[in-house]
Design a protein around this ligand. Sequence first.
Ligand code: SAH
Length: 354
Amino acid sequence: MKDLGSFLINEIKNNGPMPLSSYIQQCLLHPTFGYYSKKPVFGVDGDFTTAPEISQMFGELIALSILQTWIDQGSPSQIILTELGPGRGTMMADMLRTFKSYPKFLKAAEIHLVEASSNLKHIQKTRLSEYNIVWHEKLPKFENKHLFLIANEFFDALPIEQYLRKGDNFFKRTVQVSDGKLEFGLEEKPTKNYFLDMRLSDTSNGDIVELNLSAANLSKNIGEHINNFGGAAIFIDYGDWRSLGDTLQAVKNHEYCNVFVSPGELDISAHVDFEILALNSGCAFSKLTTQGVLLERLGITERANNLAKSLKGKALESHIAAHRRLTHPKEMGSIFKALSLFPKNFPCPPGFEQ
Ligand code: SAH
């Protein structure tokens, strides 16, 4: 195989059009040519920077919210602490460093990381070598213990499907080949399911609706566990309560481009539809909160002032810029949203509102 593009074209020629979700999955996670499988994609050398890479304050404050939730649920002595898609392991490193001040929590925690890319798993192993950690490629069925789970910019990387509304039906978009090139196609038979039925009331002819069924399933499994055994989940991502329209985006070398240009070289993502994550979880969920408000409520300004005391010059400037970038409505403060799941009859994690 030369490259992912020719491999996918061959696949489609042999087996017929492929679902958009399979195309995205291959582009991101193909073991040799997938975007996450190849070069370092985060941080200064990479294509994009995520909140934990911008400042240690992000992981520290989320850790405090998790810690208080654990206390609110009676400080159970055996818990599962897990992160979905930990990237370079930065957020988990910042959280675990914070937990060191609360040894009872750290002692209670069995740490599990869910990572599909072997390249990133390797980076996480090096970064977190001082801790005892179990890795999984997929969300496992955990033991019957409280589960505290975080996911930052994870759900946006899961493959979506898109559906085109024609009349009162939704038709799934596919990826097909024409004149040796990849392009969108459409299934002939309409798709029917609960989530699409729900969208008949707020869409019209010609609209695109996106569904992230892998995300919906994950949220269901996580919610079930939290309902049965306690714990909480915090999901942070870009998106909104309900998705509307085509939000699929492909970025190459910091520029937006067509989703079929150089597969495997592109970061492909889509807005997260938090409504489906919340409703499908089956457990109690918070209001959707913007990242800026969440971090302010958790005390980012106090933490930023404290850290600033030992900084000067360029380091101080970049610390101030990082605080702004994480919280300001024109930067990540409003675009990024957070949702928490928790057991019925318990308070929601600090920073959130019910
Ligand atoms: N949370 C990190 C990284 C976000 S990028 C941060 O905020 O910096 C998305 C992460 O999810 C990467 O680690 C990627 O390899 C992982 N990932 C993507 N799809 C996945 C899947 N289907 N299963 C498990 N991990 C996945």
